[in-house]
Design a protein around this ligand. Structure first.
Ligand code: ATP
Length: 472
């Protein structure tokens, strides 16, 4: 049997344990600040539970920002999250209030506070609304739909169209979450792969889908009776019209709806073409619109890095990873080839990478986004397919490995806004870095600066201290 330690031995033992913990924590702190991959350090030392919890807390506060920041922003009249009202004052049904609070929302954002009273007014009013990315548009129209349905009627009453399969699934999830305490209301997905027989009568009161399938359900297959729809929502209108065929399909759906149906259209950007489309599908609307310089969020810091070729861009990217802790990142490339190459290089460096590109089936794409959302991969390398609307809270950095341009080689400002809007969701801080490797890409960057009237500063990625500074 082991002899009991003396008092001095016990004190010495404690001092040694304490010193060990101090060392572990110190090591973690330096690792966290300097680490090139915050999540690899998770595995190296973390048998120690206290240290793990400290690390988790630090990751949470340094990258993800606490709800405190949202609360502060919601008191700043210049913030898109500002609100004077509470959800109660917006007169939501109790079941919906419960859903809202269950999702962790405390107060409405500006768009929610402004749009909801218009959407819930009697008689119904039409609305064209713009708000910055990630400021709660989806939540706003989902609440409007859930407020309008009559659950005793077993037919489709609210119809929402989204431009892609992934976005339809994502919005469907929000409807399910918000309607959690309102189980009488049911939801149907009108998306590819959800095959229903011709004439099958839907019992569900809300339908979310993509334009092609929704059109089939309303016309050829007669699954939805469009004449019984009382709320029609068109989400991400700018993306909708950028996809060939979607604009016509949306207009054809809208024409089948009754005159008194409430029409709601949301978008993060409103180029002329989006306006024209909006005015065609939403007669006599209320309008909520942003000034150009309000379109980008101040919570997203934007920088550019000068490089000479793609290898140098890759080095710059590694330097950024070396200097700051990144919860999750999305990296946008112009071609599948570059995206494939970059994903392979990052994997060689030890990153856990997901690759998403246009040739995949929609189901494969949705599965990859879901895994990324669950945090299974920390880096998502993608071509343009994923720039719009996808809501992944933990994305703290967006890298434009290639700048977005249209087919004439000019800046694609809308895509830029959508891409950087994948970070900085609902008041979180975000970082967007643009990689410049030619006169042409510098020119695109200048066009973007001019368009949004916003200066994008240069970042020297060889200077680790400078990178660290921008992440604070
Ligand atoms: N009032 C609120 N309080 C706290 N969080 C909110 C609130 N409203 C929305 N959110 C959260 O903010 C995030 C962004 O919201 P949402 O997706 O509705 O924004 P959006 O404006 O539709 O974005 P995008 O333009 O990219 O489509 C989501 O994770 C959502 O759960």
């Amino acid at each position: 049997m082991r002899a009991q330690p003396t008092a001095t031995e016990a004190i010495c033992g404690r001092v040694i344990t304490l010193a060990y913990h101090v060392l572990v924590v110190f090591h973690l702190l330096t690792h966290l600040l300097k680490s090139d991959r915050s999540f690899t350090c998770h595995s190296c030392l973390l048998e120690d539970k206290a240290a793990q919890s400290l690390l988790n807390k630090m990751i949470h506060t340094s990258l993800v920002n606490t709800t405190n920041q949202v609360e502060v922003l919601q008191r700043d009249p210049n913030s898109p999250l500002y609100s004077v009202k509470t959800f109660e004052e917006l007169r939501l049904k109790d079941k919906l209030l419960k859903g809202v609070y269950d999702m962790g929302f405390n107060r409405p954002s500006k768009i929610q506070e402004n749009a909801l009273p218009m959407m819930l007014a009697e008689p119904p009013q039409n609305l064209i609304a713009q708000s910055q990315s990630g400021t709660g548009k989806t939540a706003a129209f989902v609440l409007a739909m859930l407020s309008h349905v009559d659950p005793t009627n077993k037919w489709a009453q609210c119809l929402c169209i989204a431009p892609t399969y992934e976005l339809a699934l994502q919005t469907g999830k929000v409807i399910e979450q918000m309607g959690k305490f309102y189980p009488e209301v049911k939801l149907a997905y009108a998306i590819r792969g959800n095959k229903l027989d011709r004439g099958a009568k839907l019992q569900e009161q809300i339908v979310i889908g993509t334009p092609g399938t929704v059109l089939d359900w309303c016309s050829k297959l007669k699954i939805i009776n469009p004449k019984k729809i009382s709320v029609f929502v068109l989400d991400e209108a700018d993306v909708m019209i950028a996809t060939q065929g979607h604009q016509d399909q949306s207009i054809r759906i809208q024409r089948m709806l009754p005159k008194e149906c409430q029409m709601l259209l949301f978008s993060a950007t409103f180029e002329d073409s989006v306006w024209k489309f909006a005015e065609r599908v939403v007669p006599d609307p209320n309008i909520i619109k942003l000034k150009r310089e309000e379109e980008t969020l101040d919570t997203i810091k934007q920088y550019y890095v000068l490089c000479s070729d793609k290898e140098e861009k890759f080095t710059a990217l590694c330097n950024i990873y070396g200097a700051i802790t990144i919860a999750q990142a999305m990296i946008f490339c112009h071609t599948r080839r570059t995206a494939g190459w970059l994903a392979a290089e990052l994997t060689k460096e030890g990153h856990v990478v997901a690759l998403l590109s246009g040739e995949m089936t929609v189901e494969q794409r949705a599965a990859i986004i879901e895994r990324f959302r669950e945090g299974k991969e920390k880096v998502l390398v993608t071509t343009n397919v994923c720039s719009r609307g996808i809501d992944v809270e933990q994305v703290s950095v967006v890298i434009n490995f290639d700048l977005p341009m249209d087919k004439y080689g000019n800046a694609d400002n809308e895509t830029y806004l959508h891409r950087i809007g994948r970070t900085g969701r609902f008041g979180k801080r975000g970082l967007a870095v643009n990689m410049i490797d030619s006169k042409h890409s510098m020119n695109i960057l200048n066009q973007i600066e001019e368009h949004f009237n916003k200066k994008i500063n240069k970042l020297d990625t060889d200077d680790l201290d400078e990178i660290e500074k921008i992440s604070n």
